[in-house]
Design a protein around this ligand. Structure first.
Ligand code: AMP
Length: 282
């Protein structure tokens, strides 16, 4: 069965041994409660590296006080089976005290790329993400790290951070994995009751609509945003946080679709906040 380590020292020791043998290392950072989306990242990492580390850590500093830190789903036993069966070599599963001991005082704060989309309604979220990912990069020192396009703003931010702080790590983005009916897989989907699960389909439906409009030549962000917004608003259980169209690299809003374009949405279904997006090259 796969090795599970709880301490920074143990992970460092294991990775040092691998590196001494000339082996390459891939890292897949997660918050656990793993599904096929996470699994696709692990599979890719297994293909491209000699050894793969999956971190499972519900990072307290990326949750605001009103968010779901306490209720976030956890199942280490099931996760370890998935990691093992997918070919990962090590799970790093630290306790919060291991990552943030008494006296912890440093944060990695990104000035740009955080003003729009999720950064707008979750203003402290991405400093929490950048801080924990920097720590994981320093602890594991992987050759490559794998992130999902599901969290497109996070992926853009991590790529920028790696450039800015000169991490010698290749960042690999992986496509969104969906349920058979289109809903993007997410650990938070478990919060949805039967009625909400049906209502949640409005996210992928509106993504599909936007994608089709763009594919058919629509270049006005306002037109696409309006059509997607109107569609989401037909679902009584849905409450829009944002529907936005931005440059995929800078996360700055654009009026006309041009270059690498990210169309992203966040929608509450009942109390559960879900995200989805699509990217196109115009
Ligand atoms: P999380 O555990 O939610 O922090 O996610 C860990 C990683 O898995 C992040 O890089 C996510 O973008 C990625 N991920 C989560 N859901 C999906 C999905 N449905 N498809 C692809 N990647 C995903």
């Amino acid at each position: 069965m796969i090795l599970i380590e709880n301490t920074v020292d143990k992970v460092r020791e294991t990775v040092k041994n691998w590196k001494a043998q000339g082996l390459s290392v891939g890292l897949v950072p997660t918050m656990g409660y793993l599904h096929e989306g996470h699994q696709s990242l692990i599979e890719r990492a297994v293909q491209e590296n000699d050894r793969v580390v999956v971190s499972i850590f519900v990072n307290p500093i990326q949750f605001a006080p009103n968010e779901d830190l306490e209720t976030y789903p956890r199942d280490l036993e099931k996760d370890s089976i998935l990691c093992n069966d997918t070919g990962a070599d090590l799970i790093f599963h630290p306790q919060p005290e291991e990552m943030y001991p008494n006296g912890f005082s440093t944060q990695v704060v990104m000035n740009n790329l955080t003003a729009e989309l999720c950064g707008k309604t979750r203003p402290t979220h991405f400093s929490g993400v950048c801080t924990v990912v920097s720590k994981l990069f320093n602890i594991v020192a992987p050759n490559r790290a794998y992130f999902g396009e599901k969290d497109a703003q996070q992926l853009a931010i991590i790529k920028r951070m790696v450039k800015d702080l000169n991490f010698d790590i290749e960042i690999v983005g992986c496509p969104i994995v969906r349920e058979s009916d289109g809903l993007a897989k997410s650990s938070r989907n478990t919060y949805l009751n039967e009625q909400e699960r049906k209502a949640a389909l409005i996210l992928s439906k509106s993504i599909l609509l936007g994608k089709e409009m763009a594919a058919n030549g629509e270049r006005s962000s306002a037109m696409i945003i309006k059509a997607m917004t109107d569609l989401i608003n037909t679902e009584p259980l849905a409450k829009i946080d944002y529907v936005s169209i931005v440059n995929a690299e800078t996360i700055e809003p654009i009026d006309t679709l041009c270059g690498e374009v990210l169309t992203a949405i966040a929608v509450y279904i009942g109390k559960t906040r879900l995200i989805d997006n699509f990217m196109i090259s115009v």
